[in-house]
Design a protein around this ligand. Structure first.
Ligand code: COA
Ligand code: MG
Length: 296
């Protein structure tokens, strides 16, 4: 059984579980997914109240329609276990684990969920934001190929990576770039989705657009967001362009012509096109269809 569902994750908005106003807004937003945060967006003295608010917002009648993820505190922290139990009871699509260091952290969360008889459809996402996680990224991503593991998606945690390594946070992200590419490569090796980190400057939407374009070129499926103003840009940038869709259709049509039946490679408008391009075109059109179904 294929449990890893393919769905658009262009715009994935963090919403602090401590903010009633922000939580109330979720239903009106066009993001592909929300991450309701119990971790760094919530101050220690607000943790319990935030957990209560989470329970009420995810009560059956007020559930968001978009994919819903809950970020818990690390299982090794004083809040982790209670967060996990509260999150599990809320039946989100996935639980996001912060500050993991290696595959053992995913196994621990898998085991804890198994102990509660959580269904296999409850998935795990992992923040990649510690130096150790970047060094262990290949082994973590391998879990994506293990059907017993719930792991579905990597989220780059660029603010923590900057904090823990001491690199400068420059606008072009030059000192983070090689780690981000490692994260994308590992995600693909494990068949996982992968989301870029946040842009802190939510008023500078042109800089944000540039960062989204770059992230899309780097192979990310989407971007994590901190503010509703960032949603439309991420949705537009991470969707296949009309030009890319037209090109993909042309490849499909070309391979469907009787004279090209059984051919491995053909010429199209003066360019070599192989069957691998056909597979790529089919994937792009499938993604475009999924996005169309979301209506945004
Ligand atoms: N999710 C949902 N709604 C949000 C939101 C979010 N992440 N961020 C802002 N909003 C809402 C505000 O509540 C406000 O609602 P209103 O129109 O009903 O008043 C509206 O959008 C405009 O917000 P604005 O005044 O521009 O920003 P702010 O000063 O209220 O909030 C932040 C700024 C950064 C504090 C806020 O965007 C935020 O908390 N973002 C998420 C932070 C986070 O989760 N970090 C951890 C992961 S990196
Ligand atoms: Mg973090």
């Amino acid at each position: 059984m294929q449990l890893r569902q393919s769905r658009p994750r262009r715009s994935v908005l963090y919403v602090p579980a401590s903010s009633e106003k922000a939580l109330a807004k979720i239903g009106s937003l066009a993001c592909d997914a929300v991450i309701i945060d119990l971790e760094d967006a919530v101050a220690p003295e607000q943790k319990e109240e935030a957990r209560e608010r989470l329970r009420s917002i995810l009560a059956e009648k007020s559930r968001p329609r978009c994919e819903t993820i809950i970020r818990i505190n690390a299982l090794s922290s004083e809040w982790g276990t209670e967060d996990l139990l509260a999150a599990r009871a809320c039946k989100p699509d996935a639980i996001l684990l912060p500050k993991i260091d290696g595959p053992g952290d995913i196994h621990d969360a898998d085991d804890a969920l198994d102990e509660t008889d959580a269904p296999a459809s409850l998935r795990l996402w992992a923040m990649i934001e510690t130096p150790r996680a970047v060094l262990n990224i290949g082994a973590i991503a391998e879990l994506g190929r293990d059907m017993a593991s719930r792991l579905d998606c990597f989220v780059a945690g660029t603010n923590d990576l900057v904090k823990d390594t001491g690199v400068a946070a420059t606008p072009d992200r030059r000192y983070l770039m090689s780690w981000l590419m490692q994260i994308v490569l590992a995600a693909r090796a494990g068949g996982l989705d992968v989301l870029d980190g946040v842009s802190n400057d939510f008023r500078d939407l042109e800089a944000f657009r540039k960062e989204c374009r770059e992230a899309a070129s780097m192979g990310f499926d989407g971007k994590t967001l901190i503010h509703p103003a960032q949603i439309d840009i991420a949705n537009a940038v991470f969707a296949p362009t009309a030009e890319a869709r037209a090109e993909a259709l042309a490849i499909l049509e070309a391979f469907a012509r009787p004279e090209n039946a059984g051919k491995g490679v053909i010429a199209l408008d003066g360019r070599m096109v192989e069957r691998l391009h056909l597979a790529q075109a089919e994937k792009l059109l499938a993604k475009a269809r999924e996005i169309e179904e979301t209506g945004s």
